[in-house]
Design a protein around this ligand. Sequence first.
Ligand code: PMP
Ligand code: GLN
Length: 380
Amino acid sequence: LNRRLAGHGTTIFAEMSALATATGSINLGQGFPDTDGPQEIARAAADAVLSGRGNQYPPGPGIPELRQAVAEHQQRFHGLAYDPDTEVLVTAGATEAIAAALLALLEPGDEVIAFEPFYDSYAACIAMAGATRVPLTLRAPSFRPDLDELRSLITPRTRLLLVNTPHNPTGTVLTPEELAAIAELAVEHDLLVVADEVYEHLVFNGRHHPIAALPGMRERTVSISSAGKTFSFTGWKVGWVTAAPALVAAVRTAKQYLTYVSAGPFQYAVADALRLPGTYFENLRDDLRRKRDLLADGLAEAGFQVFRPEGTYFITTDITPLGEKDGLEFCRSLPGRCGVVAIPNVVFYDNTDAGRSLVRFAFCKTDAVLQEAVTRVRRL
Ligand code: PMP
Ligand code: GLN
């Protein structure tokens, strides 16, 4: 393993999911739903395979039907107009979009400011690009960004801001005011923004605001989303980028040499999914809001300090009230102690002190599974 990837060995998700399988525990670690998305969308994927659509290399930028559906989705939900031919790119999940964007846009030595805790692929991709990450720490209990601190972190080497809202793992949803302040800094310092919006439809109070919609941002923002979270098909790995033509062309150049294309038949099905009626998106959100409360209440009764999230399907907790200090140790012992798997937030921090006692639980699971998990952690 080269120096750039040193310290990025096995992802925490792989480690904890393997532990869940080995111990037969309830897996509230890695974020994936235990119920698949809509049957008619699954059927659309099967139909595409069986009718021979997408079984051979689809076009590199993604099939036209999906690029059109992504453009329509951006207009319908966010009032953003993108040209499906020059301003939309289909990727192998949001993960590839993040990698391709960072590899295409960063020079070695550039600085990237990202909120920490960060989703783990950010740190690895910044490292692979030879750039340097500069964390802006979101601190308990509010996990909101300190915008004065953000300003103070900008140097002549800063090239890019990596903004994730709704934020994994804290559930913070940036307000229009926060986004406006971030956008102003980006314009003032001529920075690029990569906006990871994979949880755009999972917002429980208010709604998601895309930073690309703010003044001066459209031409400097690469917006990223994915079918995994919105349609509960995380295994399909269909994501997309929307951005101005020059940025999409740059990201597409990198994508060509990472995967070349993404799996064809799923693209047809995701094009259908993006056009589902509004009630689909409302029901998904309302259902998850109820599950959030079920798990949050249960974890609070079990003695955790619970930070009820505004978005995503994760709850961050603090284990200090349980007499525990070290989240990593806690998560490694939890399956043996009570048959539940969670994720230690500390692995998403450079300033490990800020995250040492924080632990994340996923609630995209059936009610019976969440109830059983609560019963188990209450025995701690
Ligand atoms: N960004 C964030 C913040 C995530 O939580 C995830 C997890 N799925 C991804 C990106 C990756 O999405 P995908 O599965 O579409 O690659
Ligand atoms: N995004 C999901 C999570 O945060 C899963 C990511 C993964 O397995 N790479 O849990």
